[in-house]
Structures are given as C-alpha cells and as structure tokens.
Design a protein around this ligand. Structure first.
Ligand code: NAD
Ligand code: DAU
Length: 332
C-alpha cells in the first residue's frame, strides 16, 4: 500500500512509519511534516535511506502542500500532524486551532477530491474527564482544554465528511502513549531525562490525576490494524488498560532510576486539569488487537532507551526546549 503519513517526524508518527516499513515489505510511505519544534528528522534517521521512504517538508494547513503530497498517489492517508501538548495549548491556543482544525479540514478536502481512505488520529481527551467507568466510542465529546477542543472539532469534521460526502474515513482515539522518541515536554520523558541530568521532577498539584498508559509500539500496531481492517466511518478507542495516578507513575520512575522522593518538586496544578481518562477498548480488541507490553516492562524499556540515547535528547533539552522549560518551571 502507498501510505501518506502526516506528522511522521513526531513521536507516534515516526514509530508508526518504522513499524509500517518493518511489517509490510510492499508498502511505501510519504511523510508530510512541517518540522515544528516537535518534528525531528533524527527520529527516522535509520529509515531515511530506505527507497520505500519519502519525505516532504510541508504544512497540512497549506492547500498547495497538501495537494502536492496527494499527487504522489496515496491509497491511504494517516493524519498524525497536530499540535499536541496540553500545557502549550493553554498559553498559546491559536496554533492548535490552526493545525488541528484547519489542517484536518485541508486533509479531508483533498482525501474527498481524490477518493483516498483516511485514518484520522485523535485522542481519548476528546471525551473529557471521567471519575469512574470508561468512555465508549458513542460517549459525548466534552473536551476541557484548547488542545482537546481542537481535536474534538477535527473529529466532528471527519464525521461530517463521512456522512455528507461518503468519505471512507476512520478515527482512532488513544490514551497516553509513551516510549522512544517522545519530546521531553511530556511527563515520562521529562521526568526520566530530568533525573538523568540530576534535576528534580515537577509534579503538578497532588499527583492524583489518572492516565492510562499505552506503549507506543502497541498503539502503532492498533493503528496499522484499523487502517487495514477497520470499517469505514467507525471510531476505535485504544488504551493500555494501565491506569496510574501521576504519583504512582512518578514513584515507578524513581524506583527504576534509583532516585528518592527528595527528587520530586510539587508545582502548581495545570488549569482545568482533567482528573482521569479511561476508554473502553472492546471494539478494537474485536479486530484482534491487544497490547503486548505491560506498564512495568514498557516503562523499563523506555527508561533504558533514554539512558542509551542521550545524543537524541540532550540537543533538544538545550535548544528550544530550554527557554520553554525555564519560563514554565524556573530552575527545577
Ligand atoms: P508530536 O507533537 O510528537 O508530533 C507532531 C508532529 O506533527 C511533528 O512532527 C510536527 O512537526 C508535525 N506537525 C505539526 N504541525 C504540522 C503542520 N501544520 N503540518 C505538518 N506537520 C505538522 O505528536 P505525537 O505525540 O506523536 O501525536 C501524534 C498524534 O497523536 C496527534 O494527532 C495527537 O493528537 C495524537 N495523540 C497523541 C497521544 C500521545 O500520548 N502522544 C495520545 C493520543 C493521541
Ligand atoms: O490522553 C492522550 C493525550 O496524552 C494526548 O492526546 C496528548 O497529546 C498528550 O500530550 C497527553 O496529554 P496529557 O496532558 O495527559 O500528557 P502530559 O504528559 O502533558 O501529562 C500527563 C500527566 O502528568 C498529566 O496529568 C499532567 C502531569 N504532569 C505533566 C507534566 C508535563 C505533571 O505532573 N508534571 C509535568 O511537568
């Protein structure tokens, strides 16, 4: 299959492209990425000489870039490209509305004109927070941050294109991913790399918020399965079934890394901080998917990867990220 992947230089997109090239010898990929602060060509250095891998620098909000990418002749498009960090959406929402909403619209338009199957990558955050139980794919969308609101808006556009134009589109809504190549603004790589640098880890509020952790390779396998076997017009939740409070997560990282509670710095909470995300994953399991990594195994693999790849994260932490970090956390 010829697959157009947007946002393939980011965390999940780069892991997905690597998996696709490994698992499907006949597949070819075109990666359309704007290379924002979160897009890093180093994430795909090991596949850049593969003749089945192609790269185009471009913006999904730019109709000409999107048209050019579709002229490559994809049979399917997987739309990962987005602004993704909740905290950044609170301080500067505009880029989120632009890329996550307008960008998705541009992809939808071109997919409709060219009759290309679309798998849109969404998030469990569109459902909002749930104190007990889990959201199904039919639960109402109740987003609480500018990030999740922009992702929910995109999901509604996808729905409208399915209903109005009969576009062959599907949506995957996954829980929190972790693993190699995640930008160190997100909690797991931030905490792990801070500890490797001898810094403290900034825990928001009381650390009672709950996230369901999913190893990135497991999510990529679910995306690949839905792309090939999912029913058009359908939504699939994906989750690791590994719920932890942030305090439990922090303690698990401290233990693996041989650090103590004195390494934790309590910092003010995130505004509008969702207490808990949880999704019912029976639908994707019905396609034959289940996670291969439990949380303890995945977390150990992830810590080991950051230990062994200082050359990947050190330049990031001393570049754009440094200014962002100091403004947000001070000298922690
Ligand atoms: P990321 O921030 O690591 O990467 C985003 C990528 O998109 C970068 O390569 C960036 O350069 C690119 N990009 C941004 N704006 C663009 C534009 N206008 N045009 C083209 N490329 C652009 O993101 P991620 O964590 O890998 O997330 C990928 C997708 O998965 C997103 O849609 C996100 O909402 C969704 N998601 C992420 C998680 C998670 O835990 N990380 C969980 C559920 C869903
Ligand atoms: O649920 C899926 C979502 O997961 C994705 O859609 C988002 O793109 C992704 O960023 C992620 O959102 P979260 O807000 O859950 O992830 P983050 O890593 O930013 O935070 C995880 C939890 O850790 C959250 O409850 C806030 C807390 N946290 C985060 C940071 C960055 C801290 O306590 N301290 C921190 O410094």
């Amino acid at each position: 299959m010829r697959v157009l992947v947007t946002g393939g230089c980011g965390f999940i997109g780069s892991n997905f492209i690597r998996l696709l090239l490994q698992e499907h010898a006949e597949d070819e990929v075109l990666n359309l990425d704007k290379l924002t602060y979160a897009g890093n060509p180093e994430n795909l250095k090991d596949v850049e000489d593969d003749p089945r891998y192609n790269f185009m620098k471009g913006d999904i909000c730019d109709a000409r870039d999107v048209e050019e990418a579709f002229s490559w002749g994809p049979e399917a498009v997987v739309n990962f490209a987005a602004e993704t960090h909740v905290d950044r959406s609170i301080t500067s929402p505009e880029d989120f509305i632009r890329t996550d909403v307008l960008g998705t619209y541009r992809i939808l338009e071109e997919a409709r004109k060219e009759g290309v199957r679309l798998l849109h990558i969404s998030t469990d955050e569109v459902y909002g927070s749930i104190e007990s139980g889990s959201f199904s794919e039919d639960s109402p969308l109740m987003p609480n941050s500018p990030y999740s609101a922009s992702k929910a808006a995109a999901d509604l556009l996808v729905r409208a294109y399915v209903r109005t134009y009969g576009l062959e589109a599907l949506i995957v809504r996954s829980s929190n991913n972790y693993g190699p190549y995640q930008y160190p603004e997100k909690v797991i790589p931030l905490f792990v790399t801070n500890l490797l640098e001898g810094r403290k880890v900034p825990l928001y509020g009381e650390g009672k918020n709950v996230r369901d952790w999913l190893y990135v390779e497991d999510n990529c396998r679910a995306i690949d399965l839905v792309l090939r076997s999912g029913s058009p017009g359908q939504i699939y939740n994906v989750g690791g079934g590994e719920e932890r409070t942030n305090l439990e997560l922090t303690r698990a990282i401290l233990e693996i890394m041989g650090a103590g509670e004195e390494s934790v710095e309590r910092v003010p909470d995130r505004p509008g901080h969702d207490l808990r995300y949880s999704v019912d994953t029976r639908k994707v399991r019905g396609l034959g998917w289940s996670p291969r990594y439990d949380f303890e195994t995945g977390l150990r693999k992830t810590v080991a990867w950051y230990r062994e790849h200082t050359e990947w994260w050190k330049p990031i932490k001393s570049g754009e990220f440094r200014r962002y970090y100091v403004e947000k956390y001070g000298d922690i």
